[in-house]
Design a protein around this ligand. Structure first.
Ligand SMILES: [Zn+2]
Length: 453
């Protein structure tokens, strides 16, 4: 039986440098422990201007790869170089994905509408205190609707238009309308999240291997269900409520009285959901929170038959995106407990060998989905918002400041699913690290729960 550390590895979902593209290479941001290679692929980096002088560039490329921008060919830094767009009820065409709004004071209210197709989200960015070529997420929402933002902290502000990352720069088309608002709208100061546990969530099948598991093993899982449940609630409480005002997110046990206002829900489901299952049930993009149950380095003996990629959790319906700016106060997510167990004697993981590991993994996955429910994106760090949920078997994690990761994923062909192992999954996701967009959960929580709506 191949046990060992349960799912001890994780998919290496780190972005790969776009080695063959002609990219602007932005300088690394000090203080963020990310390999330099991860700074390369950004929406701005896709700009081809550094390759001006096509013939020359080709020659240089053939010899050395992409040329470094020189001082005479310095790329525009939209956070510093572009003028503020100004307030006007008339739509203005934009082709850049960063639109400066200028200095805004605490208490100002602005209304932003970004109009266009193939736009996934609209983010409000505050000028970063440390870097002049990046902005911190200070709110967000959907395109093609009016978004009211109430400014909480004086700063220079920007709109980031999150185009479908598969679009080339020249394909981006949008219009923006920015006006002053006077509604004095206020968001709820906190977000409640109810944690639900579906019947049989840990044992039917949950962590029970339906193919080769014994009745005793299933009975053991039934026996420890309450212990694991209590552990998960305790861990979620520590992540979100641990210190006074650690986050504005209240974790509520479904057995306790329900909050009076709107609330989000995270459900622990007993299901095991493979990517193939997901593909049958949901058409469209690859679900964001999938990973392999192993990595080759730590479980090299695990045969390919055991490497079916599974979905550990998702925002409903069907692999939903982060709720930018926490606009939806009653959204839902799910953790597929069954996905944490392999099938068949050869593929089973030692999950029931450590109750603590089970608690860490499941609680961390729920915390990750809650992060998406309030608008957090993936980050390329060892962090709760890192894509693969399995790091939690090694240690406890937190929400940290980092650049965000988007996927240029594409729908998975059924014929590909069985072949998606290790690198294949990364190719399908094509993760893109946005060097210019900083997710700072502490700042974000402080701002969106007191200012934007
Ligand atoms: Zn995720």
């Amino acid at each position: 039986m191949n046990k060992g550390n349960l799912i001890s590895g994780l998919l290496d979902s780190k972005a790969r440098p776009g080695a063959n593209r002609c990219l602007r290479v932005l300088p690394p941001l000090p203080g963020l422990s990310i390999p330099r290679a991860m700074y390369r692929l950004t929406p701005r980096a896709m700009d081809l201007r550094p390759c001006r002088g096509f013939v020359m560039s080709v020659l240089i490329l053939l010899a050395t790869g992409c040329p470094s921008p020189t001082t005479s060919d310095k790329p525009t830094n939209p956070f510093r170089d572009l003028p503020a767009i100004g307030f006007s009820a008339s739509p203005k065409d934009v082709t850049e994905d960063i639109v400066p709004l200028g200095e805004l004071a605490a208490g100002d209210e602005i209304v932003v509408e970004v109009i266009g197709q193939r736009i996934e989200a609209v983010l409000l960015l505050a000028g970063d205190s440390e870097f002049d070529n990046a902005g911190r997420i200070a709110g967000g929402g959907s395109p093609n609707r009016s978004l009211v933002f109430r400014i909480v902290e004086a700063a220079r502000y920007f709109v980031y238009i999150q185009f479908d990352p598969r679009l080339a720069t020249f394909q981006r088309r949008a219009q923006i309308v920015v006006t002053r608002g006077d509604s004095e709208a206020q968001p709820p100061p906190r977000q409640s999240v109810i944690i639900r546990f579906a019947d049989g969530w840990l044992s039917e099948p949950g962590l029970w291997d339906e193919e080769d598991g014994t009745g005793d093993e299933q009975a053991l899982l039934e026996d420890i269900t309450e212990v694991v449940r209590a552990g998960i609630m305790e861990r979620l409480g520590a992540i979100f409520d641990g210190a006074p005002d650690k986050t504005p997110i209240d974790i509520v046990d479904e057995r306790d009285p329900l909050p009076s206002g709107l609330y989000s829900t995270v459900t622990f489901s007993p299901r095991r959901v493979t990517v193939l299952d997901h593909q049958r049930e949901c058409t469209g993009q690859l679900p964001p929170d999938i990973a392999l149950p192993t990595v080759s380095s730590s479980m090299a003996g695990l045969s390919d038959e055991c490497r079916a990629p599974v979905v550990f959790g998702e925002v409903l319906e069907c692999g939903g995106r982060p709720d930018a700016g926490n606009r939806v106060l009653d959204d839902e997510a799910v953790v597929y407990v069954g996905s944490f167990q392999g099938r068949g004697e050869n593929c089973r993981f030692a999950v029931i060998n450590s109750v603590n590991n089970v608690i860490l993994a499941l609680a961390r996955t729920a915390a990750h989905e809650i992060g998406h429910l309030v608008g957090l994106y993936h980050v390329p760090l060892t962090d709760i918002m890192e894509r693969a949920p399995t790091l939690s078997f090694q240690r406890e994690l937190d929400f940290n400041r980092g650049q965000i990761v988007l996927d240029r994923g594409r729908p998975l062909q059924t014929s590909e699913v069985d072949n998606v192992i290790n690198g294949g999954l990364e190719v399908l996701f094509e993760p893109v690290v946005l060097t210019t967009i900083i997710q700072d959960p502490e700042f974000y929580f402080r701002i969106i729960f007191s200012g934007t709506r």
